[in-house]
Design a protein around this ligand. Structure first.
Ligand code: UD1
Ligand code: CA
Length: 465
C-alpha cells in the first residue's frame, strides 16, 4: 500500500574538484555551519520527512563523523564508492528502500540557502499535482554550469541536459535544474537500473531519470521556484563567498524587519542561527557565527566576534571583544578587548573591561574586573572587585591540572596579584596589591605578600659616585 511517508536522500559523496581544496566540498562552512548541515537542517525540519540518508564517498569518514556528531541516529549515512555520478549516489539506497512505499525527496549537499518552507511547498505541489516525479527548477540570469530544462511546445518538461552535453541553443535556456526531486519511489526506482554513462562526464546522471519517467508516460512535473537564489549550489570558492553574502544579507534583512538596528549591513555578519531582540544595535565589523541568542536593547560592537553559544539578556553592551560559550545577564558591559570563552556565566550588573580574559568561570551580580586580568576556572561572588592585572594561576604545569579559585562576596583583590589555585578568598577578605596568594584567606582578613617598602635616603647620589 502506498503511504504518505517521505524519506530524504542528501548527496554528499562528491569531491567538489572545482573547490580546489583538500576538504570535501560539503564540509566547507558558512558562519559556523557546513554546507551539508545547512541542507540537512532544512530537510529535518520538514515534518513529513521521517527518515534521512546522507550519501558519503569522497573522504567518507570525515563526512560521516560530522553526521554522527551532529545528528546521532537521526540521519543514516550510506557509502558510495566509487562515485559514479548523482544517479549512482541515489541508487546506493536501492536495497534500503526495497519495501518502501512512500515518496523520496533527493537534495544535493551543496545549496546552503535552501529553506524548509520551500521544501514543504515543493512537496505539497508534488502531492496536489499527483505527479509521479516532480523536479524543482528556477529561472536564472546566468545558467552557466547548471542542467538546462528542456520542455516541449506545450510546456511540459521532457528532460534535463547538463551544461557539458548541451548544444549552443540549449545553453541559451535560462530555466535550470535546481537539483531537488520528489518521486514515488517504487515507480521510479527501476530507472536507476537503466541509467547509462553516455555523456561527456561518463557519469550516471540523476537528471536522466526525468527523461526516463517521461518516456514511460509517467506524470512528470517541473516546479518553478520563486526565489532562485535559494538553490544556488556551491561549486567553487567564489561561489562559496557569494552564497555566504547572500545568506547573511537575508538574515540582516530579517533582523531589521524585527526591529534590530544594523548600522552598516555591508560590514556586518550574522549567522541565520542567531536571534537578536528588538532595539538592539549592531555596529560595523561584527562577525557573529553559530547559534546565539541575544536579547533586546543590546549594543554589540564595533569590532566584535561572537563564535557561538552566546546568550545575552537585555541591555548588554559588548565592545570590540571575542566571545563563545557564554551566558550574560542584564545590564552587563563587556570590553573593549575582552575574551570570554568555554562556559562563562556572568550575572547582572557585572563589568568586564579592557584586556580581560575569562575562561570557564562564574561571576555573580555587581562584580567588576575592569582591566588586564586572566580569570580562569574561577567562581566569583557578588560585588567583588578584581584589581587591574589580577591573574588566577589555574594551571599547574607539572601536574598539568587545572584548579579552581573561589572568591566570595564583597572580596577585593589588589592590583597585580596572583591567586595560585586551588585557593579560596572568603567573604569580604582583601588581597593587597602585588600579592601572590597560595593559601586560603579567611573572612574579612587582609593578605599581603609583598616585601615591605624601603626608602633609602640619597641612594641615587651614592650610586652615581
Ligand atoms: C548538478 C545537476 C545539475 C543541477 C545542479 C544544481 C546532475 C548530473 N547535475 O550538477 O543538473 O543544475 O546540480 O546545483 O545531477 N554527488 C555524489 N556522488 C557523485 C556525484 C555527486 O554524492 O557521484 C553529490 C555531490 O557531493 C553534490 C551533489 O551530488 O553534493 C551534486 O554534485 P555536483 O557535482 O555539485 O553537481 P553539479 O555539476 O553541480
Ligand atoms: Ca553543484
Amino acid at each position: 500500500m502506498p503511504t504518505s511517508e517521505i524519506r530524504s536522500i542528501i548527496l554528499a559523496a562528491g569531491k567538489g574538484t572545482r573547490m580546489k581544496s583538500s576538504n570535501p566540498k560539503v564540509l566547507h562552512s558558512i558562519m559556523g555551519k557546513t554546507l551539508l548541515e545547512r541542507v540537512v537542517n532544512a530537510a529535518l525540519k520538514v515534518e513529513d520527512i521521517n527518515k534521512t540518508y546522507v550519501i558519503v564517498g569522497h573522504q567518507a569518514q570525515m563526512v560521516e563523523n560530522l553526521v554522527k556528531e551532529k545528528y546521532a541516529d537521526e540521519v543514516e549515512t550510506v557509502l558510495q564508492e566509487p562515485q559514479l555520478g548523482t544517479g549512482d549516489a541515489v541508487y546506493k539506497c536501492y536495497e534500503k528502500l526495497k519495501d518502501f512505499q512512500g515518496s523520496v525527496i533527493v537534495l544535493y549537499g551543496d545549496p546552503p540557502l535552501i529553506r524548509t518552507e520551500t521544501i514543504e511547498k515543493f512537496i505539497n505541489s508534488h502531492r496536489t499535482s499527483k505527479a509521479v516525479l516532480t523536479v524543482m527548477t528556477a529561472i536564472v540570469a546566468n545558467p552557466l554550469n547548471y542542467g538546462r530544462i528542456i520542455r516541449d511546445e506545450g510546456g511540459s518538461i521532457l528532460k534535463i541536459v547538463e551544461e557539458k552535453d548541451a548544444t549552443p541553443s540549449q545553453k541559451a535556456i535560462k530555466e535550470i535544474n535546481a537539483g531537488i526531486y520528489c518521486f514515488d519511489w517504487q515507480k521510479i526506482a527501476p530507472a536507476f537500473n537503466e541509467l547509462t554513462p553516455n555523456n561527456e562526464q561518463g557519469e550516471l546522471y540523476l537528471t536522466d531519470v526525468i527523461d526516463w519517467s517521461v518516456r514511460k508516460g509517467m506524470k512528470t512535473n517541473a516546479y518553478v521556484l520563486e526565489d532562485s537564489s535559494e538553490v544556488f549550489g556551491i561549486n567553487s570558492q567564489k561561489q562559496l563567498a557569494r552564497a555566504a553574502i547572500k545568506l547573511k544579507n537575508r538574515k540582516l534583512e530579517e533582523l531589521m524587519d524585527l526591529g534590530v538596528t544594523i548600522i552598516d549591513p555591508i560590514m556586518t555578519w550574522i549567522s541565520p542561527e542567531t536571534e537578536i531582540g528588538a532595539d538592539s544595535t549592531i555596529y560595523p565589523n561584527c562577525y557573529i557565527e553559530g547559534e546565539n541568542f541575544l536579547g533586546e536593547k543590546n549594543i554589540i560592537g564595533p569590532n566584535t566576534y561572537i563564535k557561538g553559544n552566546v546568550e545575552t539578556a537585555d541591555n548588554v553592551k559588548i565592545v570590540a571583544s571575542v566571545l563563545s560559550d557564554t551566558v550574560i545577564a542584564e545590564n552587563v558591559t563587556i570590553g573593549p578587548f575582552a575574551h570570554l570563552r568555554d562556559n562563562v556565566n556572568i550575572a547582572e550588573n557585572v563589568r568586564i573591561g579592557n584586556f580581560v580574559e575569562v575562561k570557564k568561570s562564574d561571576i555573580a551580580d555587581g562584580s567588576k574586573a575592569a582591566h588586564l586580568s586572566y580569570i580562569g576556572d574561577t567562581k566569583i561572588g557578588k560585588n567583588v572587585n578584581i584589581g587591574a592585572g589580577t591573574i588566577t594561576a589555574n594551571y599547574n604545569s607539572i601536574t598539568k591540572e587545572k584548579k579552581q579559585t573561589i572568591i566570595e562576596d564583597n572580596a577585593s583583590i589588589g592590583s597585580n596579584s596572583v591567586l595560585v589555585a586551588p585557593v579560596k578568598i572568603e567573604k569580604g577578605a582583601m588581597v593587597g596589591a602585588l600579592s601572590v596568594i597560595t593559601q586560603n584567606i579567611a573572612e574579612n582578613a587582609l593578605a599581603v605578600t609583598r616585601a615591605p617598602m624601603k626608602i633609602i635616603k640619597d641612594w641615587v647620589l651614592k650610586f652615581k659616585k
